[in-house]
Design a protein around this ligand. Sequence first.
Ligand code: PLP
Length: 422
Amino acid sequence: MSTPSNETFSPTAQTILSDLEELRVNDIRWRDGKAFSLTYCASDEARQLSETAYRMFSHENALNVAAFPSLKNMQQEVLDFVMQILEAPPTGAGFMTSGGTESLVLVVYGALQRAIAQRGSERPQDQRFNVVLPSTAHAALEKGCTYFNIESRRVPVRADWRADEQAMIAACDDNTILLVCSAPQYPQGVVDPMELIGQEALRRGIPFHIDACMGGMLLPFLAPAHMAWNFSVPGVTSMSVDLHKYGYTAKGAGVIIYANKELRNHQTFFTDNWLGGMYGSSGILGTKSGGPIASAWAMVQYFGHDGYRDLALTARKVALEIARHIEAIPELVLRAEPDTTLICIGARDSQTLPIFSVSRALRENGWYVDEQTPPDSIHLTVNVVHENRVEEFVADLKAAVQLALENAASTTSSAPLPYGSV
Ligand SMILES: Cc1ncc(COP(=O)(O)O)c(C=O)c1O
């Protein structure tokens, strides 16, 4: 980030800014394309535009958009763009959220409110409402179920890591209030099949959510003809898409889109049961910075449909290049052929190659890759920032594999480093 000039800031403020620069010295080097997790970077110009837009609205408060019509309009334009690329029906309606987790928690909350409105909250004491979802669906759904005391009914995925539609249908009962699939799921990066699940949702009259937090800004442009993954699948009632992932916006920007306003209404919250007046809110936050909204709006203007198509195609090309290199390393396996840009790598023989020794060696070398289990795997989130890093990464990956093999005898197995930490 460029530090503001001396003319703008007092010496004290300058010192604080230098301290901040110093504080980040041990952070992962995502702007250089050394991180395959947590961060996305399209270009320096796009990042700077996004940061400037964020700064312009960082103190504005989207809690009350009547006070900030600018934020209301920006949100609507961002939503219109996303609804168009998701093939949402003309009745589609959504909200901006702070990201995937808030979107998914709200989907669970909305499904619960809908079920209570339709069936009442009274149930035998030993019965809870449940959400039926594949074992690969994101952890944030677990969070939503935990917050609202709903059973998360996880259904094992097939051998190809995709949702087992028949098993999910069999797992539903009268207390099922929501079905979920992912496009793609995070761990192995494959898109779930969802047509039969959509039919089941229609048959039962329950909502069906597609978590496209990762794929929502990619799949529309990769146009996988054989894959049904959006509102065109009958039965889909809502989708979540993160702009702070493959929309390359500043952190804190996601969207949730519903097929119609009636479904969306279950997510909103209104109360006047206090002495401060009517409180209405679309999501979990109250006060909500305008920064992420302005950043998202600026990026949508800057890239537009064609720009995002180019970014998606480039990220996909880079991901496939890396995947082909990995296939050529005899000691490694791809857990799945990536459907988008997420790559999951395992050891061909986990007895001889402790895969987390490979990721640790990469980390020692300045790369940041995710570790996950089960099964023990390395995970890469590839984006356009990696375009000119492929050769270097692959060379370091090969070296890391050799090092891990040489040291395998003296290595004690290590637990994976966490996906998220507190
Ligand atoms: C498929 C999927 N859904 C949801 C999320 C959660 O998003 P966030 O970390 O923005 O809350 C992620 C994060 O990687 C994801 O991959």
